[in-house]
Design a protein around this ligand. Sequence first.
Ligand code: BES
Ligand code: ZN
Ligand code: ZN
Length: 538
Amino acid sequence: MRPLKLRVSSLFGIYVYAEQMTMLLLRRAAQTAVRTSHRRSFCASQTHLSDRKGLVLGVFEKEGEEDSLHLTEAAAGFDQTLSGKLSELLKISGPALKQGKSRIFYGIHKDFPCVAVVGLGKNNAGVCGTENWDTSKENIRQAVSAGCRSLQDLEVSHVEVDACGDAQSAAEGAALGLFQYDQLKTKKKTKVTTQLHGSADSASWEKGVVYGEGQNLARLLMEAPANHITPTAFANTIEEKLGPHAERVTINKRSQSWIEEQQMGAFLSVSRGSEEPPVFLELHYNGSPDSKQAPLLLVGKGITFDSGGISLKPSPSMDAMRADMGGAATVCASIVTAAALKLPVNIIGLAPLCENMPSGKATKPGDVVRAKNGKTIQVDNTDAEGRLVLADALCYGHTFNPRAIVNVATLTGAMDVALGSAATGVFTNSDWLWEQLHKASVVTGDRVWRMPLFQHYTRQVTDSQLADLNNIGKYSRSGGACTAAAFLREFVTAPHWAHLDIAGVMSNKDEVPYLRKGMSGRPTRTLVEFAAGLAHDS
Ligand code: BES
Ligand code: ZN
Ligand code: ZN
């Protein structure tokens, strides 16, 4: 055993075990190790530091009286090739790895100079009834993201990742955890490529990468400054992303004149104050083999900047309103993802895109506008603009006879007050649709929570002095998310409609550990999983 260990130590230049050796042997061995290590580190510096490969491996929490470590299959295999070195190091390097934490070992394997071991929590934790998510999947996303990030901090450029028993979740954790919006910075984080370690379940890994990248596209659009992502730039970006799927996708970038022809007076009342022309983006993804199959309709609020208009918002945090197109971003990113996955389902995406700005032309509090369906709206607060653009998009969307309508919007600050960033609020007239969305969110960990659509709230928006509707509830702040939903309902006749208020989940500080601070791109993966579920059902 000794000579073998010596050989290992001289190979990697790190560990020298010599308890039972004579002093002479020790000195010789040490000299060899030092010489070898010099040679190796010299080689390393010649072959670019940034070419180094990393590896992420998982370890579960010990259960009961279990004595040995509970490594994943891949980690156990790796440990075996090192004659137990990894588990030995794990034991001597500190306490058992907590869930979501990572620890790095250097120089233990010739192919992987840096190995990050990550804590996965309990094995087979499964779905948690109170948390409303699959804890195992969430733990894998968290742990893999932590491991990948700690290697990225070391400027490792390629990382192999342990499937940890669920390759899709591992890939999502890697893709989401490594994302950073630094396009506009001179100093950027190391670009890391990832790959599944071993050959198990590469299809699930690839699927996870597509899911993660889908959410990252929404994050990119939401995070980008409003002078970069104007309505026109947004539409062009989506068009470009759908380019590779042109066979199954048609895109219409409707201009102001088309919007006027459609008599979308509510949408136009919002865009009036801005110098940027509005765009009504319409995407058709024809994935079903049955081209006549009724489509799923997704509608996203696309306010590329919400200043509040004449009802101007206060300056602190106004910059965050560059992400007020989060509904449009998540909807369009879901369609790009559905296309990449070739989901066998038809989807139509609508995004009314414009800025909400104050100016001499802007809509004024008390103005009355007419929506596409003829209903008149008294605009008492120009900052409640999301419901106006959505009203017209919903009216137009009904013309496609969709099997279900889901609109997504950063609609109300009140939604953030109600649920914070724990879950997207869902207001729906359909128990079936609720169940589909909820089921999808348990899988993705990007949760939804059902909210009420009582007549109680409807009465508060239909009591208007000058028009059929008022764009704010008459008891101002009370139940603000619910009165906004009640307002939207006045533009819906379809039996399966859901309104997702994503204001609370729009950005991330540190609540979701596998998303860095910034705009979240939530709930893109839930929308994709939901669409995949519909594809499966039909
Ligand atoms: N875009 C905002 C809502 C919002 C706030 C989204 C914070 C994300 C974070 C929306 O247009 C808005 O301003 N809503 C008003 C409605 C009110 C005037 C009835 C709000 O929530 O204060
Ligand atoms: Zn607003
Ligand atoms: Zn808004």
